[in-house]
Design a binder for this molecule. Structure first.
Ligand code: NAD
Length: 114
């Protein structure tokens, strides 16, 4: 049986819906909680998809979650992905990895270390 990764979503905006649809086509991940800098956006998303709404800090501390899906705005990709990696979780980020090449390289190096 395939492993099903428990995923936490950060960034409950327009593109999130595509990933909720996508999880139906793949049998290897399930979004179980969401968070956003705007708590109302997280609460709305959680209600719509029947998952848990958390703060960003709570989702990073949730031991059940192995992977964070970073769907924040490009300007937040670096800071959010860095927080995820330092919290000991895997991160899957929307493009771009970061808005500066050096910051992107830093994330790749951190991910390799972690
Ligand atoms: N919309 C599209 O068609 C589309 C297509 C491909 C890729 N993308 C990429 O997906 C990402 C998200 O796009 P979108 O259209 O859903 O954006 P959006 O602006 O609709 O949603 C982004 C969400 O992230 C939240 N956010 C921002 N900074 C945050 C932070 N530091 N911590 C927590 N939450 C934060 C915002 O409050 C917002 O709810 C972008 O990187 C974009 O380039 C979007």
């Amino acid at each position: 049986m395939n492993k099903i990764f428990k995923v936490g979503l950060i960034g409950c905006g327009h593109i999130a819906e595509t990933y909720f649809r996508g999880q139906q086509y793949f049998n290897n991940f399930k979004i179980i909680a969401c968070a956003d800098i705007d708590q109302k956006a997280a609460d709305k998303c959680a209600k719509l998809y029947n998952i848990k709404s958390k703060t960003v800090l709570e989702i990073l501390k949730d031991n059940e979650i192995e992977v964070i899906l970073n769907l924040t705005i490009p300007q937040s990709h670096y800071s959010v992905s860095k927080k995820v990696l330092t919290s000991g979780k895997h991160v899957y980020s929307e493009k771009p990895l970061a808005t500066y090449f050096a910051k992107g390289k830093e994330l790749v190096s951190l991910a390799k270390k972690k």
